[in-house]
Design a binder for this molecule. Structure first.
Ligand code: PMP
Length: 299
């Protein structure tokens, strides 16, 4: 599904066959979840070119995540982006998911390493997820305690929490989970940020206990351009339940509307929500078909 005998990857400055590459089974990343990664998308643009969306932002976040975890990081973002384009071309991919992973050498001692390794893998992704709406459940899992982890980093170990929450939601018949933070405020989904709409305005959890999403930042840019009011603040579960509409956003999820929370539908139809305006705009942005319309706030 992810690769075959003809798939190439970028590995520590070289382009090699995925099926022939090796990883050290004594790697600290494998044993302790001590590594950092990214999730990036490339799109086939309106002019048929392949474009990595916000590549610099993603590779810079990778570097910041590595620094947050004391992982040595010597690469520069431009070089890695060039390597990624090369891999995409060799793998004949345009609408792709791109997964850089910085991993540690063999080390069971918890001491700081003097080297790290990087792999960049790519695989086919559907062009745009589109209009499917999600039935979401409030998770029994909380997001990791921000005093226990560098929660702003995209670290491999954090994703055990995401996996548990997502599996719980799916086992109960929902599409996805919504997690609260350790203080009980709305935080994020296992792999996406959340926005709610209330009285013509968007609200999203402030930074601190969530991953600072690049799509979240893009939603702010779209709001700025379209004059859509948006605020960052702590959101209670009651505020989420009383919202007019809500959506998740993330590189893989893109902008995806939430139909119901714990089986209770949101008041507004997705088609009438601010989220659906953002969704269209995001799609046009990533595929290079940007068109501008101003938004009239509703009071
Ligand atoms: N929160 C979590 C926990 C995530 O894994 C992701 C996906 N990277 C996001 C939010 C959204 O981040 P981004 O928009 O940068 O993909």
């Amino acid at each position: 599904m992810y690769y075959n005998d003809n798939t190439f990857i970028y590995l520590n400055g070289n382009i090699v066959k995925a099926a022939e590459a090796k990883i050290d089974l004594y790697s600290e990343t494998l044993h302790y979840g001590y590594g950092v990664f990214e999730g990036i998308r490339s799109y086939k643009m309106a002019n048929a070119e392949t474009k990595i969306f916000k590549g610099i932002e993603h590779f810079n976040r990778l570097k910041n995540s590595a620094h947050a975890l004391n992982l040595p990081y010597e690469w520069n973002s431009e070089e890695l982006i060039a390597g990624t384009y090369e891999v995409l071309k060799l793998n004949n991919l345009q609408d792709a998911y791109i997964r850089p992973l910085v991993y540690a050498p063999a080390n069971m001692s918890f001491s700081v390493n003097n080297e790290s390794f990087i792999v960049i893998q790519t695989w086919q992704m559907q062009p745009f997820l589109g209009e499917k709406l999600l039935n979401v459940m409030t998770s029994s899992f909380e997001r990791p305690n921000a005093n226990a982890f560098k929660i702003q980093a995209k670290a491999t170990g954090h994703y055990v929490n995401s996996i548990l929450a997502s599996q719980e939601a799916k086992a109960k018949g929902f599409d996805e989970a919504l997690l609260k933070d350790m203080e009980g405020y709305v935080a994020e989904a296992p792999g996406a940020n959340v926005f709610i709409e209330k009285k013509g305005k968007l609200v999203t959890p402030q930074l601190g206990n969530i991953l600072p999403g690049i799509t979240r930042a893009t939603v702010f840019e779209i709001c700025d351009e379209l004059n859509i009011p948006v605020e960052e603040k702590q959101i209670t579960l009651a505020e989420l339940q009383e919202a007019d509409s809500a959506f998740f956003c993330g590189t893989a999820a893109e902008i995806i509307g939430i139909q119901s929370l714990d089986n209770i539908p949101f008041k507004k139809h997705w088609a009438d929500s601010i989220g659906s305006i953002i969704q269209k705009e995001y799609k046009d942005l990533v595929t290079g078909k940007k068109k501008k319309e101003k938004f009239e706030p509703i009071n």
